[in-house]
Write a protein that binds this ligand. Structure first.
Ligand code: N01
Length: 531
């Protein structure tokens, strides 16, 4: 029987992959990391578009495992820009000697379980073949870009850009007529940053989104000192919270507040910035009455920002409740539409029919462009895994199985795929939480399971189908009690034609999820078969 080349292969060098690599090496495992990009960074490597920033505060969106790192890395803004986060991840890679364990520019194409050898045989697009007892997929929830299937897409003769694969070299938009397709978080962040350079910006919007200003600001020395002083407490709140950040919903129940109090709480939550608006009242994404009040508040804010009533009407979300698609976090998004050279095309009234060599033809007319920017999102949560030909026990294909809704145990383990551990996978809190901390929890959990098997002399661990079915049903049941399912969002697979529908992340809260995971580990892993 051939022995595996490594104890562990980790795919991906973003937050989760890097964390797991550092700790796997510390625990004495022989680790090979494989990363499609030419360097570390994951999401922050690829999404280099102007305006890209995190919508979780920098002090929270950073690793918590090393006190010296937390003290010594000085964030400069409340919400860090993509270049700053990428610098941070490079610093982490240097500081903890991550790179020597990775092979970069290696995109994994297949992973096949070898039953007799109890190992995964892994191949990359470049032809690299290797193997390991354990395979950890740290491939990210928003890493498989999705380009719309518009007739003539490849006929455009001008420049084509994609927010999720933005070039490293500077892009010069000066004097150009730029089209942007997509108004999710990426489009909303990008659009106000290109209006100075471009001679025309035409935004093609299919659905209006809720966007709340970031209220970003530099962190001065006094604020930094205070953050450092409170860091331990802040981290405790984050680890014990529902979304991996110290923020909680406002304490006053909606039903007990009068109109003036409600208005004040909405205002306060608005100025917290971005996604935190959804935390105005407990139950905001559950109770349609509270949600309607949030919507009315939002619409009043929009009216203050956008002067043209027709544009304002088009920018008003009509098809989903507040917070059921991720709220965008912007800096000057709506205000951009007050500029004469920025126009909004409402695709609900005027759908795109074709892309031609010269531009974009809608049902109304052809508009000529020099550049088209796609900000059209991702095949979220499952796309990066189904892009790889993963074959489990008996040659079963993950890609085929996940044509249906993905069944996972704790979001981490998949029945039929022994020794394959997914970090931030469907059925884990992932994108509903602070990914810096979920990555630590997920990496620790994977390594704890591996350690358990090694100590007990097991060569494989596999989730039982019943355990996965129950966990998945539990997640879906929790989601059904909320308003989330009503939105056509990437959370539910609705943004991808033909994708099975259902709420993909675990919505029961970060702390509750950790407790579930710990309970399973402490009871010696019921729901797993170990051999
Ligand atoms: O992608 P999206 P994203 N014709 O799927 C439109 C995180 N993130 O990259 O809504 C025309 O949200 C689509 O329209 P519709 C964050 O979690 C965070 O912007 O499907 N339009 C939508 O407007 C976020 O939620 C930050 O009707 C088409 C847009 O493209 C997630 O990543 C920044 C179309 C896609 O929006 C994804 O955000 C960036 C078509 N054929 C990303 N197909 C921060 O702020 C799609 N669209 C931290």
């Amino acid at each position: 029987m051939t022995a595996p080349a490594h104890d562990l292969i980790i795919v991906g060098a973003g937050f989760a992959g890097m964390y797991t690599t550092v700790h796997a090496v510390r625990s004495g495992l022989d680790v090979l990391g494989l990363e499609a990009a030419s360097d570390v960074g994951g999401t922050w490597y690829w999404n280099r578009y102007p305006g890209a920033r995190c919508d979780v505060e920098s002090i929270d969106y950073s690793f918590s495992f090393d006190d010296d790192l937390q003290r010594e890395w000085r964030w400069t803004e409340r919400y860090a820009t993509q270049p700053e986060i990428l610098r941070y991840l490079n610093h982490v890679a240097d500081r903890f000697e991550v790179r020597p364990h990775y092979r970069f520019s290696e995109r994994v194409s297949s992973a096949v379980w070898d039953e007799s050898g109890q190992m995964w045989n892994v191949q990359t697009e470049s032809g690299l073949e290797t193997s390991a007892r354990w395979l950890v997929m740290a491939t990210g929830g928003l890493s498989q870009p999705q380009l719309p299937d518009i007739p003539g897409r490849d006929d455009f003769a001008g420049e084509v850009l994609q927010t999720s694969a933005w070039p490293d070299a500077p892009v010069d938009l000066r004097g150009k007529r730029v089209a942007v397709i997509g108004t999710g978080s990426s489009g909303v962040q990008l659009i106000p940053t290109i209006t100075d350079a471009a001679s025309e910006v035409t935004v093609y919007q299919r659905s209006a989104n809720y966007s709340v200003p970031a209220f970003n600001r530099p962190i001065d020395d006094a604020e930094w000192a205070l953050q450092q002083q409170n860091l331990r407490h802040r981290r405790e709140l984050s680890w014990n919270g529902a979304a991996g950040s110290p923020w909680t919903t406002q304490p006053v129940p909606y039903a007990e507040a009068d109109d003036a109090e409600r208005a004040a709480i909405f205002e306060e939550s608005w100025t917290r910035g971005g996604v935190l608006f959804a935390k105005a009242f407990n139950g905001l994404t559950v109770d349609p009455m509270i949600n309607d009040a949030a919507r009315a508040f939002f619409e009043r804010k929009l009216a203050e920002k956008v002067s043209d009533p027709e544009v304002r009407a088009a920018l008003t979300p009509r098809d989903h409740a507040v917070g059921t698609k991720r709220i965008c976090t912007d800096s000057g998004y709506y205000e951009a539409y007050n500029l004469d050279h920025v126009s909004l095309i409402d695709l609900r009234r005027e759908p795109i029919e074709q892309i031609t060599a010269d531009g974009i033809r809608t049902s109304a007319r052809l508009r000529e462009h020099d550049v088209i920017i796609y900000a059209t999102g991702f095949d979220a949560m499952t796309g990066a895994l189904t892009a790889i030909d993963i074959r489990g026990r008996g040659d079963r294909s993950l890609r085929e199985e996940w044509r249906g809704f993905p069944s996972t145990y704790l979001g981490v383990a998949l029945p039929g795929y022994p020794n394959l551990l997914v970090l931030n996978g469907p059925g884990s809190p992932s994108v509903l939480s602070n990914m810096a901390l979920t990555s630590e929890q997920q990496g620790d959990y994977a390594l704890r399971l591996i350690d358990h098997c090694r100590r007990k002399g097991y060569s494989s661990a596999e989730a039982m189908a019943d355990a996965a079915r129950e966990w998945t049903a539990h997640g879906l049941e929790l989601a059904e009690k909320t308003l989330f399912g009503s939105a056509r969002s990437w959370y539910t697979g609705a943004n991808i034609a033909g994708k099975a529908r259902g709420f993909l992340p675990y919505i029961g809260g970060f702390r509750t999820y950790i407790d579930h995971c710990d309970k399973v580990a402490e009871a010696d892993y019921p729901g797993f078969v170990m051999t």
